[in-house]
Design a protein. Structure first.
Length: 71
């Protein structure tokens, strides 16, 4: 039984590290696409980058909310 509990904890720890890494990636992508949108002169390209930035911001918020609710 103790071995099973340790195994479950390791899985949880691994999941936690994966979620934290994904949070970092989503944050970075949000920042990058936002910067690309700010630099774009073509309105269509600017819109594409802005949309991508918003998607990654939403992903970050959802992951952070999930993480906070399971702490």
């Amino acid at each position: 039984m103790e071995m099973q509990n340790n195994s479950q904890k390791q899985i949880k720890d691994k999941n936690l590290s994966v979620i934290k890494e994904q949070l970092a990636q989503e944050s970075l992508l949000n920042i990058k696409y936002n910067e690309y949108a700010n630099q774009a002169t073509d309105p269509e390209i600017k819109s594409i980058f802005s949309s991508a930035s918003s998607v990654h911001k939403d992903n970050f918020v959802k992951l952070k909310s999930y993480l906070d609710s399971h702490q």
